[in-house]
Design a protein around this ligand. Structure first.
Ligand code: PEP
Ligand code: MN
Length: 347
């Protein structure tokens, strides 16, 4: 922290601030400038409540310097991005980009098996699909629950694709972890600290969506909850934030990718489906995401989007995913990434 004194602060007020800092177990380092004095606080002050210094007489403001997320922080630009392995088929954060695709929700055995086969056929690495759906409207389809998890596990057994699916409550973490290879925490739960803690207390990787009204700092502190609970396998996923714009469902913040990469070593994915809300916008945003440095994509793909029970408007078809893959590989190569599926073929 740095405590900025008012230009009119007296030497006694500066000394009082220095004493408060020492009382916090930290070292004070006053620096007298031509117009005012600042007091640098030396030591790890992340766990200290700096707000009270602002109450001291003669203080103008207190500025935090250390990032409030020690485990998530990238400590130097050279630090490597962490790689997170999901199941047997997917690695996020390595040189190769990761493609995880599938329907918004698991709807039936036929639908999820068909989806999984299509994802596999085009060279995808993971299968997504919600069994527990956090819906805005209580009358909307809420997902198949455990039955949906069993169907996802069956799809994994047949295709070998790693399964990513959402967990909505802390009490269901163990149940979802029993079937899934990676727990998704959705935008609406991104600051559900009990859920973050529970996901951090089990070994399966966690894909944490950005809360739709979260700053980058808040997002990284949410990731820190999972890391601090003991789970190092956290993947970030930008999925768009709320703005005034209403042509898209959310505003997909692509600058979040390089900004997150600068601030954290955690791998970063993009969900262009929730991020735009329109299938036609998904392929260009996929390409832009990889160009911006994303480590992978979480894409909604439905074998029959016209009849999808949830998020049909933003779900691309298997054919679109197929043609997208070869473009993605070329963009990946242009930014020194690889694509381990250079020649995807449809079944
Ligand atoms: C989803 O992936 O289907 C989903 C509900 O995501 P989000 O939490 O980003 O809205
Ligand atoms: Mn969805």
């Amino acid at each position: 922290m740095i405590v900025v004194m008012q230009p009119t602060a007296t030497p006694e007020q500066v000394e009082h601030v220095c004493r408060l800092i020492r009382d916090m177990g930290l070292k004070d380092h006053p620096i007298q400038g031509t117009d005012l004095t600042v007091v640098a606080v030396i030591g790890d002050d992340r766990k200290k409540e700096g707000g009270k210094l602002e109450q001291a007489a003669g203080v103008d403001r207190v500025m935090k310097v250390l990032a409030p997320y020690k485990l998530a922080a990238r400590h130097e630009p050279q630090q490597k991005t962490s790689t997170v392995r999901i199941g047997g088929s997917c690695v996020v954060g390595g040189t190769a980009i990761a493609i995880i695709a599938g329907p918004c929700s698991v709807e039936s055995r036929e639908q999820i098996l068909d989806s999984a086969r299509k994802v596999k056929a085009v060279g995808g690495h993971g299968l997504r699909g919600g069994a527990f759906k956090p819906r805005t409207n209580p009358y909307s389809f809420q997902g198949l629950g455990e039955e949906g998890l069993k169907l996802l596990a069956e799809a994994r057994d047949e295709t070998g694709l790693a399964v990513v699916t959402e967990v909505v409550t802390p009490g269901e973490v163990d149940l979802v972890a029993k079937y899934a290879d990676c727990l998704q925490i959705g935008t609406r739960n991104a600051q559900n600290f009990k859920l973050l803690d529970a996901a951090g207390n089990q070994p399966k990787p966690v894909l944490l969506k950005r809360g739709m009204a979260m700053t980058i700092d808040e997002y990284l502190q949410a990731a820190e909850y999972i890391l601090a609970a003991g789970n190092p396998n956290v993947i970030l996923c930008e999925r768009g934030i709320r703005t005034f714009e209403d042509h898209t469902r959310n505003t997909l913040s692509l600058s979040a990718v390089p900004e997150l990469k600068y601030r954290t070593h955690l791998p970063v994915m993009i969900d262009p489906s929730q991020g735009t809300g329109h299938a036609r916008l998904v392929p260009p945003m996929c390409l832009a995401s990889i160009a911006a440095g994303a480590d992978g994509l979480l894409i909604e793909m439905h074998p029959d989007p016209e009849h999808a029970m949830t998020d049909g408007a933003q779900s691309i078809t298997p054919e679109t995913l197929h043609s997208l893959m070869s473009h993605l590989c070329r963009v990946a190569q242009a930014v020194d990434r690889t694509c381990d599926t250079p020649d995807p073929r449809m079944n």
